[in-house]
Design a protein around this ligand. Structure first.
Ligand code: LRH
Ligand code: MN
Length: 435
């Protein structure tokens, strides 16, 4: 595909035209996979329909360059405000068909007119998932500092400010049609003794109960745990246990959100997912990947088998008819790739894990588990994971009006170059937010 024409990659006719030369090969691959799955007692159409129903929310902060503690290297044509962020999110959705909603972060995405923002999103075919509050940074002119915490700060004035900010996020979210607040706080300590571990948790529960009281009836509070950073000795909501205790203490609208990067290396995250499903408190995910810490790398880029095992728990719960509606969201930081390409690739890797998990013969697996046939059982999973479901993913995109080759089409469109021309780098960096 020739590089750098100046076409809107969201244009339906452009997408259809770009798909035409790829359809015959897709048909052949799809038929071949369909025949293989029939031999395994599986219906490819059923899997494709489920994949076409799968969607994941985009992080508004993911369409800009994230940065690390050391530096941020802004890319060309970065979005300069939340309106431009939505335009880039719409490219991801149009080409993958799998990302119809955006998760905003406040005040990074604050704007004058949320009604206008909602209308802009609707024009782009987008809606809003959970809103994210931010009491881990001090904003210009802020009365109280969050240096020593927010909802768990020893000062009632600081806690009140943080509670008020979260209630403001709920008010804005209601205007946008969101139905959840993601609550991640960095509160914690860097040294033993610095913070009273029990009282800090009690302050968390007291503050969070005030936020919970402000939730509309049809809203959820998504509590996000994290092992460390910015606190490096103890974090108040450090693990799934603390998160679950808090959710159970707050009430039925409080759930636990699992950010895959918020665990020590080698922690069995699919086991945590199984436990939260058992407790009826699995509220959602921040999908990404990591090798060491909270690296926020592209989902499925480092350990796709771990991602598959998470989706395997979700598919197993569905098979056991456990009522479950987790909010799927990406939470990534892009530093060496075009953020739009990374978000498209990541959304596709989630659909891949979703499709692979649907290929597991659950009745056969259950029998192998009951018979303690360890090798048989693990091979039943591996067989699903090692099935190349690419034709199913492309067919599902095609059925949603998306692209068979999203990244190829995006590069061919020249969208990034067009943005670089239309969005001269704002002095002092773009509206990314993380650093
Ligand atoms: C914290 C976190 C949280 C967001 C932030 C951007 O590490 O995962 O979900 O608020 O990243
Ligand atoms: Mn997160």
């Amino acid at each position: 595909m020739a590089q750098g024409r100046n076409v809107d990659p969201r244009d339906a006719d452009y997408i259809v035209a770009a798909n035409v030369p790829l359809e015959a090969a897709l048909d052949a691959d799809y038929q071949a996979l369909g025949a293989q799955l029939v031999r395994r007692g599986l219906d490819i159409e059923a899997v494709t329909r489920s994949v076409a129903d799968f969607s994941v929310a985009l992080p508004s902060w993911g369409v800009g360059t994230g940065g690390t503690r050391f530096a941020r290297f802004p890319g060309p044509g970065e979005p300069r405000n939340v309106f431009e962020k939505l335009e880039d999110c719409a490219v991801v959705h149009r080409l993958t068909g799998a990302t119809p909603t955006v998760s905003l972060h406040l005040p990074w995405d604050a704007c004058e007119d949320y009604g206008a923002l909602k209308a802009h999103a609707a024009r782009l075919g987008l809606g809003f998932d959970a809103v994210n509050s931010n009491t881990f940074q001090d904003q210009r002119g802020q009365r109280e500092s969050y240096q020593f915490g927010s909802l768990t700060h020893t000062s009632a004035a600081v806690r009140a400010q943080a509670i008020e900010h979260n209630l403001e996020c709920i008010r804005i979210g209601r205007e946008l049609g969101s139905q959840a607040l993601t609550l991640w706080i960095g509160d914690g300590a860097n040294f033993p003794g610095q913070q009273h571990l029990a009282r800090a948790f009690e302050r968390y529960l007291e503050s969070a109960s005030r936020i919970y009281a402000g939730l509309p009836a049809d809203w959820r509070l998504l509590i996000e745990h994290k092992m460390y950073e910015p606190a490096f000795y103890a974090t108040v909501i450090q693990d799934w246990g603390s998160s679950l205790m808090a959710a159970q203490a707050l009430g039925p609208k409080a759930y636990c959100l699992v950010d895959l990067g918020h665990h020590a290396p080698n922690v069995n995250i699919e086991m945590i997912v199984a436990r939260l499903i058992h407790a009826g408190r699995l509220g959602g995910f921040h999908f990404n990947d990591s090798k060491y810490g909270d690296d926020d790398l592209d989902a499925g880029s480092i350990d796709p088998y771990r991602l598959f095992l998470v989706f395997n728990e979700l598919a197993d719960a569905a098979w056991r008819q456990v009522p479950l509606q987790p909010a799927h969201m990406l939470d990534q930081s892009h530093n060496v790739t075009d953020p739009i390409e990374s978000l498209m690739a990541s959304a596709i890797e989630l659909t891949r894990a979703c499709a692979q998990a649907l290929l597991v013969d659950r009745a056969a697996l259950a029998a192998l588990q009951e018979a303690n046939d360890a090798l048989g059982a693990t091979q039943a999973l591996k067989r699903a994971f090692t099935t190349d479901v690419t034709p199913i993913l492309a067919r599902a995109r095609l059925r949603r009006g998306g692209a068979i080759d999203p990244i190829g089409l995006y590069r061919q469109s020249g969208y990034r170059a067009a943005c670089a021309a239309a969005r001269p780098a704002a002095a002092g960096g773009s509206a990314s937010g993380i650093v």
